[in-house]
Design a protein around this ligand. Structure first.
Ligand code: CUA
Length: 162
């Protein structure tokens, strides 16, 4: 079978693109941990405030776990509770959030932390905060008229500044 020269070039380009895109997806999924919420942990979204750990939002030091701190945040229209989070640099932190009403986002700008906060489901992400700074937490899922006002702040500080 004869394949025209340009046809071969386009076939090579097409297959090459596919390999590159699959490669990028693979690196993101397996190396950077980008994946959909596994929806394994559920919660009654109408009673979030009474259910642990969401009955005590904030930054908590924990012992005997694979991480040093748990950051518990509730998301609701149109704010996060708490408004500000402070963690020491170098700590391994588990971020935990859920929504009390509609779907919200939980993106910490300048980091690879980007979760959805869905009513009925608990979203978690474990990472090490390795750079001092102030990071804006924004809602990146359109959730209503106050969407653009929905933000919080993560402060990563030297341990002696805690
Ligand atoms: Cu919450 Cu947009």
């Amino acid at each position: 079978m004869h394949i025209h020269k340009y046809e071969k070039i386009w076939l090579t380009f097409g297959i090459g693109s596919l390999v590159v895109f699959l490669g990028i997806t693979g690196v993101m999924a397996f190396h950077q941990g980008t994946h959909p919420n596994n929806s394994m942990i559920t919660v009654n979204y109408e009673e979030v405030d009474t259910i642990a750990p969401f009955n005590n939002p904030g930054v908590h030091k924990v012992d005997g776990k694979d991480w040093d701190y748990e950051v518990v945040v509730t998301s609701s229209a149109f704010f996060y509770n708490p408004m500000e989070l402070v963690v020491p640099v170098g700590a391994k932190v588990k971020f935990i959030t859920t929504s009390k009403d509609v779907v919200h986002g939980f993106q910490i700008t300048g980091t690879n932390i980007n979760m959805m906060a869905e009513p009925g489901y608990v979203s978690e992400y474990v990472t090490t905060v390795d750079q001092v700074g102030e990071y804006l937490i924004v809602c990146n899922e359109y959730c209503g008229t106050g969407h653009t006002q929905m933000f919080s702040m993560l402060k990563v500080v030297e341990p002696d500044e805690l």
